[in-house]
Structure formats: C-alpha cells, structure tokens
Design a protein around this ligand. Structure first.
Ligand SMILES: NC(=O)c1ccc[n+]([C@@H]2O[C@H](COP(=O)([O-])OP(=O)(O)OC[C@H]3O[C@@H](n4cnc5c(N)ncnc54)[C@H](O)[C@@H]3O)[C@@H](O)[C@H]2O)c1
Length: 318
C-alpha cells in the first residue's frame, strides 16, 4: 500500500491547526503538508499557499504527490459579512481550485467542511433534518451551500471522492476561533481564567448546535475512513454534538468557577445566530458511517478547564 500524502489548506486556523497535529500523529509529520497564507513554524512540511491561486495549488499538489486534501481555508460567518464579495471569491474559487487540482492530479480523496450556516429562516426548525431547506442569510452560508453542490457535481461528473460534514460551532482549548458566530463559546473560557467576567455578543437564551474539537476531529477521520459504499450523501452530512445557550454554558462554567460573571451585549452576530437551527438531526451520519458524539456539556467544560490553562490564546480578531 502506498503512503498517503495529505495537504491541509488553512492549516493555521482553529480547526486546521488541530487537524494538522492529529493527522501528523496518525500518518507521520513527513506525510502531512500544512499550507496557509500565514506562516506555521510548528509544521515540518509547510507551503505558503493562497488557495485562490490555481497555479500555486497545482504546483504544491504535484511537488508533494498529494493523494488527499483537507480543504479548510475559508472566511467564516461573522468575518465574512465585513467583505461579502471577497468571502464568496475566496470560499468558492478556493474550492474550485482544490477540485480542479484534484481532478487533474489524481488526488484520491478530499474533505470539505460545510457548516450549520447553510440553514436559514425557512429551515429554522427546532431540529434541522438532513434534507432541510437551505436558505442561508450570510454570504458564508451561501458559499457553503454552493460548495456542497459543487462537491456533489464533481463526484457525479468526474468520480472525485469528496466527503463533507456540516460542522456545528467548534469548541476547543487548542486554538482560538477564527471569526464565526459561535466563537463566544471558545473566547469565554479565556475570560474566565484572565478576568473572571465576560461580555457575550449573543443573547443568553440563544440555543445553537456546537461540537467539542475532539468530536469534530474524530467525525472528520471517521467519514474519511468509511468504506466508499457507505457514503450516500455527496453534498454534506449533518452532524450533531451538543446544543446549549450562553446562559447554560455560563452555569456549567460556574460549577468550576462560582465567582465568574457574564453580561450579554448582542451585536450583529445575534441576527445570524437567530437564523440558524437550535439542534441538528444527524441520523444519516449515524446510519451511514456510525457517527456518535461523545462529549456532553459538563464533559466538555471539564475538559476545557483541564487543558486550557496550559496555553494562552490570542483574542478573536474580526
Ligand atoms: N470553527 C468552526 O466553528 C467551524 C464551523 C463550521 C465550519 N467550519 C469550517 O471549517 C473550516 C476551518 O475553520 P476554522 O474555524 O479553522 O477557520 P479559521 O478562520 O480559524 O481558519 C481559516 C484559515 O484559512 C486561512 N486562509 C484565509 N485565506 C486564505 C487563502 N486565501 N489561502 C489559504 N488560506 C487562507 C487563514 O489564514 C486561516 O488560518 C472552514 O472551512 C470553516 O468554514 C468551521
């Protein structure tokens, strides 16, 4: 069996940096090519790669004889609203370049993360089913809906094996969130430790689907390793982790830090959050490739406090 050579785009980001270290443990650092527009000194093999540059993308794929791509580079929901046209360009052109470079260079497998941002007011059911209407309110959500269909199209037309999951808001202690609407649930932990108080940019009763980083990475590995005949959805699979409101998160944090206080000062992100479902139905992912989340809210909060103090995270920059 030949060794996989894996390219990660956006490897410097919240999810990409964790995926890089977990893939390195699995396949060896020499077999993982990290790429981003930001330098990444922790990576042994790194390429400064702008995903909107098709020639550079082709060159990197050829140079390292890449067999798998994890395409994470994107602009997320909240940050995307500050420059909608560039968000569309980066998120879609970046994906086209990955798809074309894969098609032309015999890349065997691709991972494309979609998002709960594909849902909108018309799909806003308490629990969003797999086949819900997708009517996103953000340019980020629009780019993910379009991206999902392009993935399906390249699979049907060219046989590319592209696999995708709709991540809920990802929460982890390893890296700071990168400009999404669920970022408060990462940022709040640093404030618990540093300042003992936090001003949340969402209302206290805004329930959203979330997932702990360990579960998100495990889901990514499980879908990528599933037998091809089990992958029946070629747009993107719903996956569920936890769901909670800011107030419920604060109550669980107070179990560990009773003196912690949170105030609520909603900004433009509240409107985005209100267009998203509260929970996700992930029956198809469970049936097709055995998905099952393992972190509930108390377990996640305990793990955050066990691991977070070891590393100080930089604040979110929109
Ligand atoms: N974090 C979440 O909660 C979440 C939820 C749903 C989906 N996702 C998806 O997962 C993926 C990773 O998200 P993340 O939270 O790590 O994002 P992030 O914002 O933390 O990281 C994105 C990375 O992409 C890089 N990048 C930006 N422009 C680039 C370009 N032109 N070329 C190459 N790299 C570029 C950035 O430097 C950054 O390191 C994204 O596709 C995102 O849509 C994330």
């Amino acid at each position: 069996m030949t060794q996989n050579k894996i390219l990660i785009t956006g490897a410097h980001g919240q999810v990409g940096s964790v995926l890089y270290s977990e893939l390195s443990k699995k396949y060896g650092k020499d077999n993982i090519v990290a790429s981003d527009i930001k330098e990444m000194p922790s990576a042994d093999v790194f390429e400064l790669l702008d995903v909107t540059d098709i020639e550079a993308m082709n060159a990197v794929v050829k140079k390292h004889s890449i067999t798998e791509i994890y395409h994470l580079a994107a602009i997320l929901s909240a940050k995307g609203e500050q420059d909608p046209l560039w968000t569309w360009e980066l998120n879609l052109q970046g994906l086209f370049n990955v798809l074309e470079a894969s098609r032309n260079n015999q890349v065997e497998k691709i991972f494309f993360p979609s998002s709960i941002a594909v849902f909108g007011h018309k799909s806003k059911l308490i629990v969003a089913p797999q086949a819900s209407i997708t009517d996103p309110t953000t340019v980020y959500g629009m780019s993910k809906v379009a991206g999902e269909y392009w993935c399906q199209y390249y699979h049907n037309k060219y046989g590319l094996d592209i696999r995708s999951i709709r991540y809920p808001g990802v929460i982890g202690y390893q890296s700071m969130a990168g400009g999404g609407t669920t970022d408060y649930a990462v940022e709040i932990f640093q404030y618990v430790l540093d300042k003992k108080e936090y001003s949340c940019f969402l209302e206290k009763d805004t329930r959203l689907p979330m997932i702990f980083m360990e579960d998100a990475i495990r889901a990514t590995f499980e879908i990528m390793e599933a037998p091809i005949e089990n992958i029946n959805i070629r747009t993107s699979y719903n996956i569920s982790g936890i769901n909670f409101t800011p107030e419920e998160l604060v109550q669980e944090i107070q179990v560990h830090h009773p003196d912690f206080k949170c105030t609520y000062l909603p900004d433009f992100r509240q409107q985005i959050a209100e267009s998203w479902p509260q929970k996700i139905d992930d029956t198809e992912a469970m049936v097709d490739w055995g998905w099952k989340p393992s972190y509930d809210l108390p377990k996640m909060v305990s793990s955050m406090f066990e691991n977070l103090p070891k590393k100080k995270l930089a604040p979110i920059q929109l």
